[in-house]
Structure formats: C-alpha cells, structure tokens
Design a protein around this ligand. Structure first.
Ligand SMILES: *[C@@H]1O[C@H](CO)[C@@H](O)[C@H](O)[C@H]1NC(C)=O
Ligand SMILES: *[C@@H]1O[C@H](CO)[C@@H](O)[C@H](O)[C@H]1NC(C)=O
Ligand SMILES: *[C@@H]1O[C@H](CO)[C@@H](O)[C@H](O)[C@H]1NC(C)=O
Ligand SMILES: *[C@@H]1O[C@H](CO)[C@@H](O)[C@H](O)[C@H]1NC(C)=O
Ligand SMILES: *[C@@H]1O[C@H](CO)[C@@H](O)[C@H](O)[C@H]1NC(C)=O
Ligand SMILES: *[C@@H]1O[C@H](CO)[C@@H](O)[C@H](O)[C@H]1NC(C)=O
Ligand SMILES: *[C@@H]1O[C@H](CO)[C@@H](O)[C@H](O)[C@H]1NC(C)=O
Ligand SMILES: *[C@@H]1O[C@H](CO)[C@@H](O)[C@H](O)[C@H]1NC(C)=O
Length: 490
C-alpha cells in the first residue's frame, strides 16, 4: 500500500556534510578572514533584526507569498565563498535553534477542539469567511518556514513533535520530503466512514481552491498519535477524488530511536477542524466533486438518466444485526406497494454489508429516495444526485438518549444538497430496567432493532414519492438536466 518514498531527499544537513564542514574549517580560516567575517556578520545581524521586526509586525496572511527568504540569506549568498559557505554562522545558529514542541498540548486537553486546539497549539489557522480553516507551510504567516515533524508514537501524541524551520536551516539530520503533504487531525476514527469523511472534506475543499493540486502523501493523526491507514470505503473515495491511491506516510527509514530524526516538508497543509467554518455552499461544492469523482472512478455514467429523468428510483438499504428491521418482508411489502402506484417507480432492496464501494456508488446514482435505518451506511447519501430524498429510521429510546450525534445524517443531507424527509422513531422495542430517560438504558437501546407501522410508512412513502415525482417531471420539462456530463470540476 505505501511505497518507499521516491521523493525523499536527505537534506544538506545530514551527518556526512556536517563532518566535512568541520574538517574544512581548519584549512580555510585565518585571523584576518575571521575578523572580516565577524564584521560582515555584525552588519548583517543588524539588518536582519530590522527585517525581523518588520516581519513580526506585518499582519499574518492566509496566502503563502513567493516572497522569499529572509533578506539576510540573499545578502549572505552573494558574499559567501567556498570556505565560508559551510561555516555560515547564522545558518548554523538557526539550525540549532529550531525548537520542537509536542504535537498534542496537554494544557489544552479541556479545549481539545476549540480555536487553536491542542494539536499544533502554538499556531493559528488561516480562515476566510465561509471557507475551510487550515494551516499552510511555507506561507507568509510562517515567515516562509517549513513544517517539520519528529516521532511516530501511536499511543500518545505528546511524544510526537513539530517545529518550523527555514528551508536553508533545517534542523540537523532532517529529511526533506518533497511535494505536497496533507496533515490530518481526526478526533475520532479513520475507520468510521462518517468520522473519516468529515476529516477528509477540508482537504478536498483546499484542493478545489488551489488549482486541484494533488497530495504526494498523507500523514494521519488521531489526538497527535500516528495512524497508518483509513477504512477501505474512505481509502477508495480518496483514491477516486485525488486520482490515485493515497500514500499514507509511515516514516519508514527515518531514525526513531534516541529522540528520532526530524522530517521536514517542502509544502504542507494541516487540517484540524473538519468541515468547521465552511459555508453550506462550499460544502455542497466539495460533495459535488466527490460524487462526480466517485462516479468517474467507478465507470458510472455521470448522467445515466436515459429516461429523461422521469423514472423514480427508490432504494431500501438494509442493515444486518444492530438497527436492522425486525420484519424486512413487511417493510419491503409496504414500500413496494406505494412504489407500484407511481408511474416509472422502480424499487431496489440492497444490503450495505456486502456491497463494494463501486456497487454503492452505482446504486446511489440510481436512487432518488433512500430508505434506511440510522447507521454508517447512510454516509452514502451524498452519492445520490442533488435534491434526492432520505427517509431515516431509529429504534426506541434514541431521541431522548442518543445525543446530538443522531442528527449527523440530517447534517450530511443538508451539506450535500439532499432532502432529509424526516425520521421515524419506533415507540416499541427493548425494555430497559431503569426509567426510560436513564442514560444507562442507551447501552440497551443503542443496538436495538426497528419495527414498523404500516399506516405511517404507507402515508410517508406516498407523500415523498409524489413530491419526488412532481419535481422530476418539472425538471424534465424545464430541460435543466443537460449539465453534469461535462466531467468534474477537478
Ligand atoms: C568551490 O568549490 C567548487 C566545488 O567544490 C569548485 O569547483 C570551485 O573551484 C571552488 N571555488 C573556489 C574559488 O575555490
Ligand atoms: C545526527 O545523526 C548522527 C548519527 O545518527 C548522530 O551521531 C548525531 O548526534 C545527530 N545529530 C544531531 C544534531 O542530532
Ligand atoms: C473502468 O473502466 C476502465 C476502462 O474500461 C477499466 O480499466 C477500469 O478497471 C474500470 N474501473 C472500475 C472500477 O471498474
Ligand atoms: C448480502 O447480505 C444479505 C444479508 O446478510 C444476504 O441476505 C444476501 O444474500 C447477501 N447478498 C449477496 C449477493 O451476497
Ligand atoms: C434542487 O431544488 C431546488 C429547490 O427546489 C432548486 O432550486 C435547485 O435547482 C435544485 N437543484 C438541482 C441540482 O436540481
Ligand atoms: C416490553 O414490555 C412490553 C410491555 O410490558 C411488552 O409488550 C413487550 O413485548 C416487551 N418488549 C420486549 C422486547 O421484551
Ligand atoms: C401508526 O401510525 C399512525 C399514523 O401516524 C398512528 O395514528 C398510529 O397510532 C400508529 N400506530 C402505532 C401502533 O403506533
Ligand atoms: C430542450 O432540449 C432539447 C434537446 O436537448 C433542445 O432541442 C430544446 O431546445 C431544449 N428546450 C429548451 C426550452 O431549452
């Protein structure tokens, strides 16, 4: 899965050049030369201070400026010769002064997700109204310094470190990784498709806004702990979105003992707020791109409505085990009956557990109304055409006890431009020995199963089917459908 790094360069600072520098000092130094160097150094130091004050007073900007390198280096480069080059005292001092801080800052453990968060807590995000919040290195706000990382602990993020360093003064023994590196912070899990997707959304947004630039590698963190993979559904979606299997960095071949060797990144983008800060329009654009890319990747026609958008696809996406329907045949019967009353309606029954990623993409592209219990399989809703409908089902007890997280599919529906047509909550189910609003009951309700109410389901299905049918008819008449087939935005 992860290839050896084709694009890693050992920085000029590795062990051998260092030794060479030291030995060359004897042959080149003379007292006069030293004095000359000292004089130049003092002059430049003053210039540098002025420059530095200027930088630290300028407002930080979101955009990396090609403006370069502290002034001092340009001057120094002009003056240097073969002897002084390796002995450049300021570079030497800058290298040594690179300071590593813990990736996870325990002082902010009570505000882990707020503001600058506890991840890379000394640095602030760039945020423009309605856009994704991110950090980028090098950039004007990092004074053109690169992001460096040390350590690969996968149990405690406070044992992994970060620092900023100027490209020509990387810390000793640093490895420079070329290309674009995506650094992801996920508070939950890269295996859960909803939490994983949430962590990926801001990268897709950044990619869209930056000429579709592709990442060379990903570094995945959970609480500052290194993670080496993501769930297969998410991995495939990222493959599709970024036109290639994601390369997930493992730091193989980088020394990890005795404090470890640092790794610095030619260009890095850090995300730690998921889709936080993004407007609904921006989120919809991101989901539009992922939908389009997923369909391309799976060879599903981008506009496979050969029926001129008149047909209505209704899909019952079933679960097995927890939160499955207790009586599937009864439920299939109810929806089948209502579907049959609508001209052009076709119903599909599928099981989320045994569909490949592309089977899910294909199924969703044919679905206008998704009927499914609350569960991770509903993350697929953004793969339907925009304005499609979702009908969700909960077992007993969730409304009072499951917390705000139970509304995630309302949110994804809204963010991806779908219509959440409400939820049915089973009044019956497992009986809890405590009172019904006791939190301890949630462990029983959590994996409850879902019954049915024929009267309610029939009426609900009828209303949604009629609404969708009407909308599709209007759309096919207004001719507004000839879009989407021209490929994706990126
Ligand atoms: C500087 O070093 C380079 C390569 O090591 C060499 O080709 C060049 O002649 C040197 N210049 C001087 C002025 O010594
Ligand atoms: C660089 O690596 C060498 C060999 O592992 C080690 O001896 C040396 O102390 C390291 N230098 C620094 C500054 O860490
Ligand atoms: C899509 O089609 C191309 C060319 O026909 C094929 O190489 C590729 O494997 C297909 N992809 C999938 C996911 O089926
Ligand atoms: C998919 O899983 C369901 C439930 O476990 C099972 O009934 C069905 O036969 C499976 N379908 C295939 C094609 O394996
Ligand atoms: C979705 O529905 C809204 C409101 O009915 C409409 O304005 C919009 O054009 C529709 N979008 C698409 C992509 O069909
Ligand atoms: C829960 O209790 C009710 C009423 O006491 C009973 O009708 C129902 O069958 C019980 N449910 C289960 C799953 O045991
Ligand atoms: C089923 O739904 C109907 C319509 O909403 C409602 O009047 C009825 O009380 C429900 N039946 C049960 C057993 O909950
Ligand atoms: C609708 O589409 C057809 C064929 O794509 C085209 O000939 C016709 O002019 C369009 N009508 C309108 C009102 O745009």
């Amino acid at each position: 899965m992860t290839k050896p790094h084709p694009q890693i360069d050992r920085a000029a600072s590795s062990e051998k050049p260092l030794n060479r520098n030291v030995s060359s000092s004897f042959s080149c130094y003379s007292p006069k030369l030293s004095l000359l160097i000292l004089a130049i150094f003092v002059t430049l130091f003053v210039v540098f201070q002025i420059r530095f004050l200027h930088i630290s007073q300028s407002p930080s900007s979101c955009y990396p400026s090609p403006a370069s390198w502290p002034f001092i280096y340009q001057q120094w480069q002009k003056l240097k010769n073969n002897c002084t080059q390796d002995l450049d005292p300021i570079t030497e001092k800058l290298r040594i002064s690179v300071t590593f801080l813990p990736l996870k800052d325990l002082r902010y453990s009570d505000k882990a997700l707020v503001g600058h968060t506890w991840f890379i807590s000394s640095l602030y995000d760039c945020h423009q109204e309605g856009e994704v919040q991110y950090q980028q290195f090098p950039s004007k706000s990092s004074q053109n310094r690169l992001l460096c990382i040390k350590g690969r602990d996968n149990h405690d993020g406070s044992w992994n470190y970060y620092a900023l360093a100027w490209p020509k003064a990387l810390p000793y023994n640093a490895t420079l990784m070329k290309g674009l590196t995506f650094v992801s912070y996920n508070h939950y899990s890269y295996e859960n498709i909803w939490h994983g997707l949430s962590a990926m959304v801001p990268f897709v947004a950044w990619h869209q806004k930056n000429n579709c630039e592709l990442p060379t590698r990903w570094i995945l963190y959970h609480w500052g702990e290194l993670r080496l993979g993501m769930g297969p559904w998410l991995q495939t979606l990222m493959h599709a979105t970024f036109d290639g299997e994601p390369v997930i960095e493992r730091f193989d071949g980088i020394k990890d003992e005795d404090g470890g060797d640092p790794v610095c990144f030619e260009k890095a983008v850090v995300m730690r707020h998921n889709e936080g800060g993004m407007s609904r329009e921006r989120r919809m654009e991101v989901y539009d791109l992922m939908r389009c890319k997923a369909r391309m990747y799976c060879n599903v026609s981008l506009d496979n409505k050969d029926d001129n958008h008149k047909a209505v696809g209704m899909t019952l996406l079933m679960r097995t085990g927890p939160r499955s329907f207790t009586n599937e045949p009864a439920i299939i019967g109810i929806f089948e009956k209502e579907c049959a009353k609508i001209d052009g309606c076709r119903m599909t029954v599928a099981y989320s557990n045994n569909l490949t990623f592309c089977e899910q993409v294909k199924l969703m592209s044919m679905t206008d109304i998704l009927v499914s219990p609350h569960g991770a399989q509903l993350t697929n809703i953004f793969l339907m055409d925009r304005n499609s409908s979702v009908m969700e089902f909960f077992p007993k007890g969730w409304l009072k006890l499951a917390g705000v997280g139970q509304y995630v599919f309302h949110w994804i529906a809204s963010w991806s431009g779908m219509r959440h047509q409400g939820a049915w909550r089973d009044p019956n189910g497992e009986n809890c020995t405590y009172s019904e609003d006791d939190r301890r009951c949630m462990s029983i309700y959590k994996n409850g199963r879902i019954g049915y109410n024929e009267t309610y389901f029939s009426e609900w299905a009828r209303n949604v089917l009629n609404e969708v049918k009407t909308m599709k008819l209007e759309k096919s008449q207004s001719n507004g459908s000839a879009s989407s087939s021209n490929g994706c935005m990126c």
